[in-house]
Design a binder for this molecule. Structure first.
Ligand code: MF3
Ligand code: CO
Length: 255
């Protein structure tokens, strides 16, 4: 499973290295899909409940489940790219939000805080803790400390031979609530955080989720294995961050 999850990070990094203004989101999708097929995997999302593409690409006010298409990337955009790969009998699933060219400081802060909240949640992913401990840590960092909105309608999930397994992993909740975490469980933890209202609307394409106020939204996702000791992050952002840093078209410092 770790090998599959690491391959998702490499697929992201391949896309991240290529991103430039003028490119369409379908071109980004195709880079990822080609990478997946070339590495003996299958895109987990393609044909999942009728979803037609290898990736979800959610621009700006789109929260998740956006379709790749003819949107042309331009300076000031943020692009949430979600990639799933099925290989070796298991799924890997990881999302990352990229900032193209210069973006306002408030947007950089949204990306930084969302990524930080993912790690705050991961720090609670320990045997004996409960799902609510992860959820609470994410909500505290984003809503309470930084005034952003946690999307309620969509949640993280167990991951394994199926893309979506029990338990659900909400990004809001009470400490000590929900299912108990056990050694060997793998969770896809994926905060979806809005700059403004937490409320979302669903487009009539049946998939795309947008913020109600059309302010930007960010999404970062890691796959985490519960162990006897520290959380074991099976996916990796290391290559993504290196590609971000090396690509002059991407913002890599959210300070
Ligand atoms: N990473 C998302 C999730 O975990 C992507 C699912 S897109 C779908 O739910 F098309 F596969 F549904
Ligand atoms: Co997921």
């Amino acid at each position: 499973m770790r090998a599959t999850c690491l391959l998702v990070g490499k697929a992201h990094a391949t896309a991240a290295a290529a991103i430039k203004p003028g490119m369409t989101t379908m071109e980004v999708n195709n880079i990822v899909e080609t990478f997946i097929m070339d590495h003996g995997g299958y895109p987990s999302f393609k044909n999942y409940h009728g979803y037609a593409y290898a990736t979800c690409i959610s621009m700006n006010a789109a929260v998740v489940h956006g379709f790749p298409g003819d949107h042309i990337l331009k300076e000031g955009d943020i692009m949430s790219l979600d990639i799933g790969i099925y290989k070796n009998g298991f799924h890997g699933d990881s999302a990352y939000t990229y900032a193209i060219g210069e973006v306002p400081d408030a947007v950089k802060k949204l990306l930084r805080v969302t990524k930080e909240s993912l790690y705050a949640g991961i720090s609670k992913a320990r045997a004996g803790n409960r799902i609510g401990d992860i959820a609470h840590a994410i909500q505290e960092h984003t809503e309470k400390k930084n005034g952003f909105g946690v999307v309620r309608e969509l949640v993280g999930h167990g991951l394994g031979r199926d893309l979506h397994e029990d338990p659900q992993v909400p990004n809001y909740g009470k400490k000590g609530s929900g299912p108990k975490l056990k050694e060997g469980m793998v969770l896809a933890i994926e905060p979806m955080i809005n700059m403004g209202t937490k409320d979302v609307v669903h487009l009539d394409d049946g998939w795309t989720v947008l913020t109600r106020d059309r302010k930007p939204s960010a999404h970062f996702e890691h796959d985490v294995c519960i162990t006897k000791s520290d959380p074991d992050i099976l996916s990796s952002f290391a290559e993504i961050e290196a590609a971000e840093k090396a690509n002059p078209n991407l913002v890599w410092s959210y300070a």
